[in-house]
Structures are given as structure tokens and as C-alpha cells.
Design a protein around this ligand. Structure first.
Ligand code: GLU
Length: 506
């Protein structure tokens, strides 16, 4: 029987999660769920110098916001924990030692100054220095020392690193689910550091040890890790382990298609590149987030799913369930996917039409309170939200489209007034006011025919009533159907606004 699918999302807590990282998490999640597998969160925090306070919490919150439920992770116990590499520190040394014992790795004692000098020498000739199979025989490492000499240095507490002994002149054929077969010559690769004398493994060692011990079947990660793939496969081999399958996802590109989407692109063009708002703990600088910008998580997920994948159809709107059903790693593209901020807004608009009205109503009620200090009843807000949602993308747009539901006009748009308010209008509106004051049923079904019939009976043009009526209620010529406005505002408010218009515009 084939092993059941186990995948991991393995971010380093070095800052907020970029939407590229979120897409990696999403693809891992979709693949796991599609195969009834397990979705694991592993925090790769071996590099303490890059650790950023709050980043792990941020990652967890972002996954939660998107509904990507973790099956095993730092706060979701499983059989393969701990799930934070800093808590697994005791595990890695043994494997570094195994690699040394089997001749796949060696101790290197070169000091930072020595290496720096070599680097500078090479650079002065326009070359680059890498520690590799060609020069390691001349450097300060256990390959060039006797066993006793090496042991003495270790006993003396001489700082060291353990490096992988990259095989010489070997042709490797490695494979990737998305990219197919890839040929790599080991000459081109350096002897990467696996372990340091401070007791910490580097990413490469910790990553493959954990993937093995956590029984990961598929490694789905960003394209930036493709250059490490050969090393990782060689490490699995050296330890006598079966390697998982690999899938390297395409980059997310700037809207122009030129280069990787960066935080700066978002700042420059006014769209978030992070799922949630992030406040840098050091500088205090705030970066925008999709959640705080009133995007619905379903829209963000749908947009991200299609950045690098599609099913064969023209379908663009997919629920998370449908994505699980249709997602296929072999249909992920190789080429980078251009981020499209307008398309992202389009997705948002589609989801605003679909989402439970209660969610929008609660968000807008809250917006009114915090931004405008307006306390409005949820039943009222719900009706306005249903009426206006077709016109909006984001919750604050409800204000733009419907502020007059919450405050009476204090002034009237001069251009609209010139068009709508003529000699004789005051009298018409005054008569209409009398009619309206006599009505008891303010439902649209009742008020609409009442007013229309009245206009007909008065033998005045429809526009001569409807335009100043709208102007009186809204202060302008915009807004939804006037009968919806009347019905929602209610008798008392409508009468008040008509009176105010008559008095102000005479
Ligand atoms: N910690 C790595 C990162 O933050 C994970 C790479 C991998 O998935 O192997 O990208």
C-alpha cells in the first residue's frame, strides 16, 4: 500500500507571510485534502539571527483566516512533533555525525577571516569563491588533516562547521512533478554547510531530517528552493533514505511581469502583498493586509489558487471545496504567474455577491461605529448592504454608495440642483410631502405605486417629481432606486428631508 500523503508548509518566522508563501501553503493544503492526507505546519526557526517576534503567530493567524486548517503543527499535536525546529535541536547532530562517519561530510575549520580573504582575492579577479570539490583539498578541513589533528582541534573547542562533501563530476538526473526531469552536474555545486559548532543545523540538514522523520511524502515549495534540490536528493541518498517527491512552484511576478512581486510593489501601487496587516516590531512600520483592507478570505484564496494553476476549463470561481476536488499538481505551470491587482478586486466583487449577508452587515456595522461613530441597528444595516452590494467591492464602499442612509443631506450638489430644482418644484414636493405623510405602509410594494399613481393623477412629468425627490433625499442625483431609499428611510425621515429641501432650495 502506498503511504498516505503527508505534506508540510515550512515557513521561517522571519517576518510576515508574503502572499507567495500563502499560495505555497494553499497548494500544500489542497494537495493534502485532495488525497485525504495530512497538512503539517513546521516552523523552521534554526536561524535565530533572522527570528522576528510575532512572525509565527502571524503565520498561524493568516492560515486560520484563510481556513487552511492545520492537521499537525506547533499548537496542533501530532505523532511527529515537536513542530518547531528550535525545539528539535537535539535531533540533528546525530545525522551530521552519520554523514561524517560515512564520508559524506567533513569538518571545516576555516575562519571567517580566512574565507573572506579568499573571497576577496577571487573577486579582485572578477571571479567568485565557493567552497567546493575543486578547492576543498587546499582548505582548512578534516579532509586535509589526520584523524588525530582533527580530533585535537575539536577537543580544543576550535569553532567548526560540518560541510557536505559534494561528489566530484557526477551527472544527476532529478525529477520534479512540475518541471519534469532536470539534469545537474555536481561540479557546479558547492559544499554547503550542514551544521555549526554552536549546535545548530542549517536549513538544508534540518529540512531533510525533518521531512524524513515526519514522513513527508511530497515537498511542495517555492521555485527559489530548486537550486537546493540536488543537494537535498544527495543528502537523502547519503543517509540511505528514500526521498519524497518534489514540486517547485512558479514565482509570483510583479503586475508588469518583470521580476518577483515584492513588498515595495504593493506600497507603490496600493495593494497588499500580505494576507494580514503587519506591524514591524522594530521600525513600527505598518504593511497593509488583505484582511484589514476588507478582502474576503474566499476571494484571496480563489485568486491565489489561480496564480499558477488552472483546471482545463474557463471556470474562474472556485470554492475551497471545489479547489480541493479539482486541484492537480501536474497542472501547475512552470512559468511565473503575474499578479493582477484588478483581477484580485474582481474576485473580491464576485465574493461580495456570494457571501452570507450577515458577514457584510456585521463588518459594515462595525465600520460605521469605528469610522463614523454611527450606531446603527443590524436589521437596518443588513437591508442597506443587500441593496448596495452589487455596486461595491469593499465594505467602506457601502458608505460611498449609501452615506445618505445614515445622514441627511446638509447641502445639495449645485449642478444636480440646477438640473432638478426649478420654479414650481417646491410646490410639487410640498404636495408630495403631504401625500407621503398620509401613508402608513412604507414597504416599497406599497409606496411605489402610490407615488406613481399620484404623479399620473397630477398630470406632471415623471422627472419633474422624481429628480427633486431624489435630490431632497440624497443631496445629489445618485443612489439606488428612489423607492428603496424612501422605504428604508421611513416616513418621518423622508418628510423631514423634504421639508429641509423645500426650505433650503426656495
Ligand atoms: N524554511 C523554508 C522557507 O521559509 C522552507 C523551504 C522548504 O519548504 O523546504 O522557505
Amino acid at each position: 500500500m502506498k503511504n498516505s500523503v503527508r505534506v508540510r508548509f515550512a515557513p521561517s518566522p522571519t517576518g510576515p507571510l508574503h502572499i507567495g508563501g500563502l499560495r505555497t501553503a494553499l497548494y500544500n493544503y489542497l494537495f493534502a485534502k485532495k488525497h485525504n492526507g495530512t497538512f503539517i505546519l513546521r516552523i523552521e526557526d534554526t536561524d535565530q539571527s533572522r527570528y522576528v517576534e510575532g512572525a509565527e503567530q502571524y503565520i498561524k493567524e493568516a492560515l486560520d483566516w484563510c481556513g487552511l486548517t492545520i492537521d499537525e503543527g506547533p499548537n496542533t499535536p501530532g505523532d511527529f512533533g515537536p513542530y518547531r525546529q528550535s525545539e528539535r535541536q537535539h535531533i540533528y547532530k546525530e545525522y551530521a555525525q552519520k554523514l561524517i562517519d560515512s564520508g559524506h561530510a567533513y569538518y571545516a575549520f576555516d575562519s571567517a577571516e580566512e574565507l573572506d580573504k579568499l573571497r576577496k582575492e577571487r573577486e579582485s579577479k572578477g571571479e567568485t569563491f565557493t567552497y567546493n570539490s575543486q578547492n576543498r583539498t587546499h582548505l582548512n578541513n578534516s579532509l586535509n588533516l589526520s584523524e588525530d589533528e582533527c580530533q585535537k582541534l575539536l577537543d580544543d573547542g576550535q569553532p567548526y562547521v560540518i560541510r557536505f562533501k559534494m561528489p566530484m563530476a557526477k551527472q544527476l538526473l532529478i525529477s520534479d512533478i512540475i518541471r519534469g526531469n532536470i539534469q545537474v552536474r555536481t561540479d557546479a555545486l558547492d559544499d554547503k554547510i550542514l551544521f555549526k559548532s554552536d549546535g545548530m543545523p542549517t536549513y538544508h540538514l534540518a529540512n531533510i531530517v525533518d521531512d524524513h522523520l515526519m514522513k513527508i511524502t511530497h515537498v511542495i515549495r517555492g521555485e527559489e528552493w530548486l537550486p537546493s534540490l540536488a543537494l537535498h536528493i544527495l543528502l537523502y541518498d547519503a543517509l540511505g533514505w528514500d526521498a519524497p517527491e518534489f514540486a517547485h512552484l512558479p514565482l509570483i511576478l510583479k503586475p508588469s511581469g518583470k521580476g518577483k512581486l515584492s513588498k515595495r510593489d504593493g506600497e507603490k501601487h496600493g495593494f497588499p502583498v500580505f494576507p494580514l496587516e503587519w506591524k514591524d516590531p522594530k521600525s513600527g512600520q505598518i504593511s497593509a493586509g488583505y484582511r484589514e483592507d476588507y478582502y474576503l478570505p474566499e476571494a484571496v484564496i480563489n485568486m491565489l489558487a489561480l496564480l499558477g494553476w488552472n483546471d482545463t476549463s474557463d471556470q474562474e470561481i472556485f470554492s475551497l471545496h471545489e479547489l480541493i476536488d479539482k486541484f492537480d499538481l501536474s497542472r501547475v505551470h512552470k512559468a511565473g504567474a503575474k499578479f493582477d491587482p484588478e483581477k484580485t478586486e474582481w474576485f473580491q466583487h464576485q465574493y461580495v455577491q456570494k457571501v452570507d449577508i450577515e458577514i457584510l452587515a456585521n463588518q459594515f456595522q462595525n465600520w460605521l461605529k469605528t469610522q463614523k461613530s454611527i450606531d446603527s441597528k443590524i436589521e437596518y444595516v443588513r437591508q442597506i448592504v443587500s441593496l448596495l452590494k452589487e455596486r461595491i467591492n469593499f465594505v467602506p464602499d457601502f458608505w460611498q454608495e449609501g452615506y445618505f442612509f445614515f445622514e441627511a443631506p446638509q447641502e445639495f450638489n449645485p449642478k444636480a440642483t440646477k438640473k432638478a430644482w426649478k420654479d414650481g418644484t417646491a410646490e410639487i414636493i410640498s404636495n408630495l410631502k403631504t401625500l407621503i405623510s398620509e401613508q402608513n405602509d412604507f414597504s416599497k410594494e406599497s409606496i411605489q405605486p402610490t407615488i406613481k399613481n399620484w404623479i399620473q393623477s397630477q398630470d406632471i412629468g415623471f422627472g419633474k417629481v422624481m429628480q427633486p425627490l431624489r435630490l431632497s433625499l440624497v443631496g445629489d442625483m445618485k443612489g439606488p432606486d428612489v423607492f428603496d431609499i424612501i422605504s428604508l428611510l421611513g416616513k418621518e425621515e423622508v418628510v423631514k428631508r423634504l421639508e429641509f429641501a423645500i426650505n433650503t432650495l426656495k
